[in-house]
Every structure is written in C-alpha cells, then in structure tokens.
Design a protein around this ligand. Structure first.
Ligand code: MYA
Length: 493
C-alpha cells in the first residue's frame, strides 16, 4: 500500500503548447519489446496480456500515449510525441536503447564546436554565475526556491539550502563556466539556470568522464518558450569546449531514453506532520494514533561502534565504498578528494549541515567495516497555515564489508540494522521523513523498515553514451525486488 502521497522526486512538468497534438510515431515490434523489457511499470499496466499481445497493444499506441502509460499514476502526462529537441540530440532512441553495444553515440570534433553561445530571445542574455560570491549564490537560491521542482499538485517545492548549493556545485574540479544562468537584460534578474559538475561514472565497467547536470530551472513566467533546449545546448557547448563529451542527469519526466528507472520510497519519521501537510495519507481503516505507533522508532541506535565519520576515515571509506560500488552496472567512481568533499561534514556555525555520514570502526583492528550517509533536502510546503517546510533526509551512499561475505543473509541483516540506525539518527537530527530509491541494495530493507511506496519514479539518463538498460531494483509490479538489484549504484542530488 502506498504510504505517501507524493514522490518528491524530480516531478514532471506541463507540456509546451507548441507540440500539442503532434502525431505520434508508431513503434517497431523490437522497439515495443525493448521498451517493455526496460519498464516494469509499463509492463504492469498491460497486466493480463501475454508478451505478444502486450507488444501489439504498445505498437497500436502512439508514443505520447505510451509515455503517459510509463507512470502508474499518469504523472508523466506530457505530450512528448515529437520530442522535437531530444530527437536532435545524441541520446538513444526508444527502439535502440537495449539492442546496441555500449559506447559514445557521437564523436565530437572539438574544432567544430562553436566558440559562441546561441543568441537568446530578445531581452535576455547569458550569464556565468560566480557562486563563490554570496550574492550570486543567493540569486540562484532565490530562483530555485520559487521556481524549481514541484509535485504534480503544487503542494511541495524543493528548497535546496545555500549550503547545499555550495556543496553540490563546488565539488572537486568544479568550473565556473558550468554554472550557467540567463538574466533579463534590463532588470539583471536571474531567470533561468542549468548547472554541471565534473565526475566519473562507470557504465558496465567502462569509466567515463562526465558532467553531472542539475538545477535546470526556468522562471515560471518564461515557461514553454523552448528556452530549456537552448540552456541544454549551451551547457553542452561549454562541456564540449573543455573536452567532456558525456553527461549524466536524472528527472521525473520520461525523455528519450532512461538508462534506469527507480521508484521513490518514504519512511515517515514525524508521521503526524507528514499527514498534516498532506504528504502521508491516513490509510483506510487506520487511525492517527495507530500510524504514529507504527512509525515509532527506538531512541538509541543498535549497531555497536557506530560513530560520525571524520577526516581520518577518508581512506578507509574510499576503499570500502569503491569496492562495493564496483559491483553495480552504473556507479560513481570516486577519488579521495571527492570522498572528502561529499561525505565529511566540517562543523561551521555559519553553514547549515548538508551531509551526515557514519562509520563503524572495529575496536580491535580499527578497521572501518561499514559506513552510511544521508543528506538534507527540504521542501517548501506551499501555502500551508501551520507548516512551511518538510525536512527530508535522503539516503546517500553506504557500504558494508558484510556484502563481501558468502553469507547473504548476514549481509541483509547487517544492512537492515545499519539503515534502521540511519532512520534513528535522522529522526534525532529533526528530519520529518527519510527518502530512498529502489537503487543500490535498498530492496533488502525498504519494506522491512516500513518505507512506503511513493508515486514517483526517478529516471537516470546518460548523454552521448549508450549502454543496455540497467535495472532500477523494481519488478513487474514496480515493487522493490531483491532479484533486480545490482543496477544503479549512483546517487544524484
Ligand atoms: S531535472 C529538473 C528539471 N527542473 C524542473 O523540473 C524545475 C521546474 N521546471 C522548469 O523549470 C521547466 O519546466 C523546465 C523545462 C526547465 C524543466 N530535462 O523550455 P521548454 C524538454 C530535459 O519549452 P519548459 C534537471 O535539472 C521537453 O521535453 N529536458 O519547456 C536535469 C521539451 O523538449 P522536446 C526537458 O517547461 C536536467 C523541451 O524541454 C526537461 O519551459 C537535465 C521544452 O522546452 C527536463 N527535466 O522548461 C537536462 N523538461 O521538444 C539535460 C522538459 O524534445 C542535460 N524538457 O520534448 C543533457 C546533458 C547536457 C550536457 C552534455 C555534456 C556533454
């Protein structure tokens, strides 16, 4: 039973009017089969049909209807029949996603990359944001706070803190040129953004230098004017100019073509507040008191020798995490500096804490045997008389030596204990809800620890790189499945 109303994923947006009513392309049988194979949710929607019937049913639909079907809740209702922009980009098409071998889609000749940006619509100009400047950081924060991702019913909107933006956008190797803005020429107001940071990912063992793209945002008054493609092309140009030809990004909307799709799960920490803001429903037949009791957590953690991660743990955590992440088809390849940046919290009274990381140290060998982390991402509760924000902890990276033992049951038990402690620590840190995807080995603990299924999916995309679909940890019923693990080993902010 879904326990939470909203996914808090990267929510889908309304379609641009320009493409409404465009005729939908028909799929080939191979494309329909590939799409079914990589989308358990869609397959589930066609439940009751055998494979051939399902393929045939899919072929009869146009792509726009089909993509609507990709979401169990119809959340992705967006007429994308034409994909006028995405069709022109080096991304896999729906029908070739699973068939071709891995590798770059297009070889970029740096000589041919334009040295100048495209012109913007009248009255607007390009900006490069200097996020070391408090005022410019505040401008980006302001744009995102009022115009970034909302859920379908416009009840919640992501509220990334300034500390978060600092953390997310100034990671090792960051470049100012990849913090792209658009300003209104007259007022100088920042009205749009798209940002990237460099990192490396491994796709089926192939290490790729990528830009991690995030914070694509357009002021509400400038929506549906085809500005998003212009922003995407501009950051692509800036990446190409620095010799980066691939990117990774996530979104709640279906675009050509997800490499993996995970589902959101939510563990209430303050059930009553989540109920009051409309995030968690009261299940039929239950009472508020029963829900509060159901979600009650112990006040003390239970893993022996658990403590906050410190600078001295960086090498050990790096070693453990790298060995663990290697096991996933799609994962992030960290260097030491990145481990320090992404996982170690340095006390600073001026800055809000963004990341919480814990390690287990063996008291005899002093070996780090386990580690887990979560980060803070609040959402504004839009127009609520009592609460103005929901504090959500998002599960980040974790790893445990028990994964490498033969005893898979011991690994499962260990992970359940660690994650239960993560919930307790998040509750102590005043979070209202703990969110996790079906990625990593999360199917081993989600249902056991009373996470409720969200209604959102998070789709993972690679730009200018093809690899066969990666499992998102869910089965045909879009439920977490231990047999579907091992796909996604990257967490995107
Ligand atoms: S995901 C977060 C996205 N942001 C939000 O949801 C915030 C609230 N919404 C908005 O600000 C706007 O609605 C946005 C679209 C900006 C989303 N990713 O300008 P338009 C396509 C990619 O008329 P608008 C994140 O940050 C759409 O299919 N494309 O539309 C990761 C259509 O194309 P096509 C998207 O609503 C971002 C076209 O845009 C998305 O005014 C990764 C319509 O443009 C989306 N989330 O603005 C970006 N939403 O005709 C890709 C719509 O083909 C990076 N569209 O259907 C690619 C890698 C680049 C670097 C490469 C380096 C090598």
């Amino acid at each position: 039973m879904p326990d939470s109303k909203d996914s808090k994923g990267k929510a889908p947006q309304k379609s641009s009017d320009a493409e409404q009513g465009a005729p939908g392309a028909k799929l080939t049988p191979e494309a329909a089969e590939a799409l079914l194979a990589s989308n358990p949710a869609l397959k589930n929607e066609l439940g009751g049909l055998n494979k051939d019937q399902a393929v045939e049913a899919l072929r009869k639909m146009d792509i726009s209807e089909l993509l609507t079907g990709l979401s169990l809740t119809g959340k992705n209702k967006k007429d994308m029949a034409a994909f006028k922009f995405w069709q022109t980009q080096p991304v896999p098409h729906f029908d070739d996603a699973s068939t071709a071998t891995g590798g770059p889609i297009k070889i970029i000749d740096p000589e041919k990359v334009s040295k100048e940006p495209d012109t913007l619509i009248e009255g607007f100009e390009w900006a490069t944001l200097d996020l070391t400047n408090e005022e410019e950081l505040r401008e980006l924060w302001d744009l995102l706070t009022y115009h970034y991702v909302e859920d379908d019913n416009a009840m919640f909107r992501f509220r990334y803190s300034k500390s978060f933006l600092h953390w997310a956008l100034m990671s090792p190797g960051w470049r100012k040129e990849w913090h792209v803005g658009v300003r209104a020429t007259k007022s100088r107001k920042l009205v749009a953004s798209i940002c990237g940071v460099p990192t490396e990912v491994r796709a089926r063992g192939q290490k790729i230098k990528v830009t991690e793209i995030n914070f694509l945002c357009i002021h509400k008054k400038l929506r549906s004017k085809r500005l998003a493609p212009v922003l995407i092309k501009e950051i692509t140009r800036r990446c190409y100019l620095t010799g980066i030809y691939q990117a990774i990004y996530t979104g709640g909307v279906v675009l050509p073509t997800p490499v993996a799709s995970c589902r959101y799960y939510h563990r209430p920490l303050d059930w009553l507040k989540l109920y009051e803001v409309g995030f968690s429903p009261l299940p039929t037949g239950s009472t508020k008191a029963r829900q509060i009791t159901k979600n009650h957590l112990p006040s003390q953690t239970s893993t022996p020798n658990l403590r906050p991660m410190e600078t001295k743990d960086i090498d050990a955590v790096h070693d453990l995490l790298e060995r663990y992440l290697h096991e996933f088809d799609l994962n992030q390849a960290f260097n030491r500096e990145e481990i320090e940046h992404w996982l170690v919290h340095n006390e600073n009274p001026q800055k809000e804490q963004v990341v919480w990381s814990y390690v287990v140290e063996d008291p005899e060998t002093h070996k780090i045997t386990d580690f887990f982390s979560f980060y803070n991402l609040e959402s504004t509760v839009i127009q609520h008389h009592k609460h103005d924000a929901v504090r959500a902890a998002y599960l980040y990276y974790y790893a445990t030596e028990s994964y490498f033992s033969e005893d898979k049951k011991a690994f499962k038990n260990r992970l359940q204990m660690l994650m239960s402690d993560a919930l307790i620590l998040a509750k102590k840190a005043q979070f209202d809800v703990f969110n996790a995807l079906t990625s990593q080995h999360n199917p081993l603990f989600l249902e056991h620890l009373k996470f409720g299924a969200g209604d959102g999916q998070l789709h993972f995309y690679l730009y200018n790189y093809r690899t066969a679909p990666v499992s998102g940890g869910v089965n045909d019923k879009n439920l977490p499945d231990e047999k579907k693990m091992g796909g996604v080993g990257i967490v995107m902010l």
